[in-house]
Design a protein around this ligand. Structure first.
Ligand code: FES
Length: 131
């Protein structure tokens, strides 16, 4: 269940909280899906989770403060979660662009170099590069 929301979803055995949320149409912020970027950080207001491997994008102090990485977290009970950066995430907008370069970085992560058309610059978060 999402804090301050009527959104609820079920997590299948072995499924991450993020995958279950996306499957249910609940848009949790995410990026790498590998436990590295921290974009999917949520605060656990109730319940507990564990990880197959401790994610390097979450410090022990953050975990002790009740944070979890939804892309790696497997629930051990019903959860109440508060999305971490949803409020700071810019609303999606459509831009036209020409792809100048695509460079694979790892797994499903690619570096795109785009020439964005129009006068309105795209909004982005720290960790993304708008050049
Ligand atoms: S999406 Fe990057 S750590 Fe979860």
């Amino acid at each position: 269940m999402l804090f301050n929301s009527d959104k609820r979803f079920s997590v299948e055995d072995g499924e991450s909280v993020l995958d279950a949320a996306l499957r249910a149409g609940v848009a949790l912020a995410h990026d790498c899906r590998m436990g590295g970027c921290g974009t999917c950080r949520v605060r656990l207001l109730d319940g507990t989770v564990s990880y197959e491997d401790e994610p390097f994008g979450l410090t022990p102090e953050e975990a002790a403060d009740g944070y979890a990485l939804a892309c790696q977290a497997r629930p051990h009970s019903d959860l109440v979660i508060e999305p971490g950066i949803a409020e700071a995430t810019p609303e999606p907008r459509r831009h036209s662009a020409v792809v100048r370069d695509v460079r694979p970085l790892c797994g499903s992560v690619n570096h795109l170099l785009l020439d964005v058309e129009g006068d309105e610059p795209p909004l982005f978060l720290a960790g993304q590069d708008s050049t």
